[in-house]
Design a protein around this ligand. Structure first.
Ligand SMILES: Cc1cc2nc3c(=O)[nH]c(=O)nc-3n(C[C@H](O)[C@H](O)[C@H](O)COP(=O)(O)OP(=O)(O)OC[C@H]3O[C@@H](n4cnc5c(N)ncnc54)[C@H](O)[C@@H]3O)c2cc1C
Length: 177
């Protein structure tokens, strides 16, 4: 069985560790590319929103270059007491880079408008039901496609959960091959 991953993402690179039967491809031409395709993009977009939009929580980002070597001493800091609550990322702490200045990004929650960035999937009754309908459409029209990842499954996964879900999915696929 050839399993193809589409599109190519940093998270899906982890599948390299899962066996020599995986191939990575990018691009729009998805016809006839294999007998099993893992698609990690938004499932509603794949079906041109024919059943409606799946919703996401919106985010607004504000970047600032600070004239100091270290702003908060850590990569991620939540600031729940601020209005609206936010999270501050100080990028240098992810890599250990040093310098006289530092770059931070403040993330604020905001209303999501369809078509804007898809950040955190809204996991409520409406969205779960709609996602289920898209999966049924997928089963009928593209039985060789597997929809994976936070946008394919419409789940607000952490990185760890994404990896766990990917491992589970590959196990399901290989068990049934
Ligand atoms: C703002 C934000 C902050 C987060 N912070 C954390 C955190 O601190 N800790 C943590 O554990 N997790 C965090 N997460 C969650 C984590 O980033 C995700 O769970 C993880 O990246 C999901 O991996 P994925 O491969 O499913 O999706 P993604 O990483 O989103 O990969 C999907 C890929 O598909 C591509 N794509 C989409 N549609 C198409 C298309 N039609 N054609 C081609 N390519 C397409 C996208 O460009 C993207 O590269 C955060 C998520 C967000 C949005």
């Amino acid at each position: 069985m050839g399993v193809y991953l589409f599109p190519f993402t940093s998270a899906t690179k982890l599948h390299f560790f899962l066996g020599g039967f995986l191939h990575f491809i990018t691009g729009d031409d998805i016809q006839g590319i294999g007998d099993c395709v893992l698609y990690t993009g938004p499932i509603d977009q794949f079906f041109e929103y024919s059943l409606g939009w799946l919703e996401y929580h919106g985010l607004r980002f504000e970047e600032e270059v600070r004239n100091e070597p270290d702003y908060q001493g850590q990569a991620i800091k939540n600031c729940p007491d601020e209005e609206p609550p936010c999270r501050i990322i100080e990028h240098r702490h992810f890599t250990g880079a040093v310098g006289k200045k530092t770059v931070i990004t403040r993330e604020y929650g905001e209303e999501w408008i369809p078509g804007r960035g898809r950040y955190h999937p809204v996991e409520d009754e409406r969205n779960r039901a709609l996602h289920k309908q898209y999966l049924e459409l997928a089963k009928a029209q593209h039985p060789n496609f597997v929809f994976g990842g936070r946008m394919g499954e419409h789940r607000d996964y952490t990185m760890a959960e994404t990896i766990a879900a990917a491992l589970k999915k590959v196990k399901e696929l290989t068990d049934h091959s």
